[in-house]
Design a protein around this ligand. Structure first.
Ligand SMILES: *Cc1c(COP(=O)(O)O)cnc(C)c1O
Length: 421
């Protein structure tokens, strides 16, 4: 039996309606920008496996460091113990994070990093003797699939059965330059009627909302408003972090820095799961007390796993290398050129780009998980490129180590698919 067949017996896949999508492709190997399946086909990983493997799959530098760490210390409880991989990682991250960040809290996936950010915001006020129980978030935001993260996510079509259990969240539109004042008015109104604890946002680019890019000046104004009202600002950089936007973090482009930052995905270069929630000294101090109940009593068994910390440390070193920084600059320029060319195509409605994130909207209406979208996906895979359209949006977020030839192949299959529409 093939892996594909054996898979069907016991496995329940994420984000999958098995009746409509019974087949999974069995991947047996990955290296650099390529995935290999059990039938011997190869695919360029044009979305870096959900933007995790940014330094290429099975990166030798990362796997080498991790292999050595595996002989030294595999896992230890992180409450009451500490270890060098976590300490070194904290030191290196603080050097590249926005200047106001000073504390690092570990967990193991993007959703938990958001849960922790939300808890920090709620408990911050509670510790100061104030009951603030409402959060503000953008419409169409995505922050993960656990309950707190689902609550603040605005893409709730698939969250129906859970909605009655959510935290109270007030939603505002993303700024586009023209609605900025209207959003500030709406915020004033929300704050008058609600005890607002925090505001969570994906800076610059909303990933799951089909790589929606919005006005950063407008975001700065919202953040300024929040600071004035002592509303804790939480930047969810799970997708945008670690170079995607052209700078280390999207928050580097924005004048007002967040109180809390959520990180995961590219943090470990895709090798193992890990997440981090960072915060300012001010947030930390609201929990620092003789009263044990004022501490942040949140832990995961694998918090700060030494193997994951080592993978993250190696990834952060690679990110800062001149080789990767040059690659990023080249990918940005290459996408720009492709964008200028493809935007004239009659099947293209619009294009947009932030750093290495490139997206193109088709001039065709389609459902997020409909047949046409499945046909696009199949066309790309049949032509050796793994792209995962979001409704009528095709986006590229390839590993930083992608070659120009591979980029050209991605561009070509996109152009070819347009001609089939
Ligand atoms: C992927 C993602 C998450 C959730 O991360 P998981 O590791 O899948 O739980 C949260 N926020 C953003 C912006 C993401 O892109």
């Amino acid at each position: 039996m093939t892996l594909k067949e054996r898979d069907k017996k016991h496995i329940w896949h994420p984000l999958t309606q098995h009746k409509l999508h019974p087949e999974a492709i069995a991947i047996t190997k990955a290296k650099d920008c390529l995935l290999y399946d059990e039938d011997g086909n190869e695919y360029i990983d044009a979305i870096a496996s959900w933007y995790t493997c940014m330094y290429g799959h099975c990166n030798d530098y990362i796997t080498g460091k991790v292999a050595a760490q595996m002989q030294q210390l595999d896992q230890v409880v992180f409450s009451g113990f500490t270890h060098e991989p976590a300490i070194k990682l904290s030191e290196e991250l603080i050097k590249i994070l926005p200047d106001n960040q000073n504390k690092i809290f570990f967990s193991d996936n993007g959703s938990t990093s958001v849960e922790i950010g939300v808890k920090m915001a709620l408990q911050y006020h509670s510790n100061k003797g104030k009951k603030r129980n409402v959060l503000i978030a953008f419409e169409d935001g995505f922050h993960g699939d656990t309950f707190g993260a689902m609550s603040v996510s605005g893409l709730s079509v698939y969250n129906g059965p859970f909605e009655e259990f959510f935290i109270t969240v007030k939603r505002i539109p993303t700024p586009n330059g023209e609605n900025n004042q209207a959003i500030l008015n709406q915020l004033s109104d929300i704050v008058k009627k609600n005890a607002v604890a925090g505001f969570i946002y994906e800076p610059m680019v909303q990933g799951a909302a089909a790589m929606k890019m919005y006005d950063t000046n407008g975001l700065s104004e919202i953040l300024k408003f929040c600071k004035a009202k002592n509303i804790i600002t939480i930047a969810d950089e799970v997708m945008t972090g670690f170079g995607k936007t052209g700078k280390y973090f999207a928050s580097d482009y924005i004048e007002i820095k967040p109180d809390v930052i959520c990180l995961s995905k590219a943090l470990t270069g895709g090798l193992v799961p890990m997440a981090i929630t960072t915060c300012t000294q001010g947030i930390y101090e609201a929990f620092y007390s003789d009263d044990i109940g004022k501490g942040l009593f949140h832990a995961h068994t694998y918090s700060a796993n030494p193997i994951a910390c080592t993978a993250a440390l190696a990834s952060v070193e690679l990110l800062q290398s001149s080789e990767i920084q040059i690659n990023i600059t080249e990918i940005i320029a290459s996408h720009k050129k492709f964008g200028t060319h493809i935007k004239e195509h009659s099947k293209v409605k619009s294009i947009r780009q932030t750093g290495v994130i490139f997206a193109l909207d088709l001039n065709v209406e389609m459902e997020r998980y409909g047949d046409l979208r499945d046909n696009l996906f199949k066309f790309f895979m049949d032509n050796g490129v793994f792209l995962r359209p979001l409704g009528n949006t095709i986006y590229i977020q390839a590993p930083y180590v992608i070659t120009q030839n591979q980029l050209n192949k991605i561009y070509k299959v996109i152009e070819d698919v347009l001609d089939t529409l």
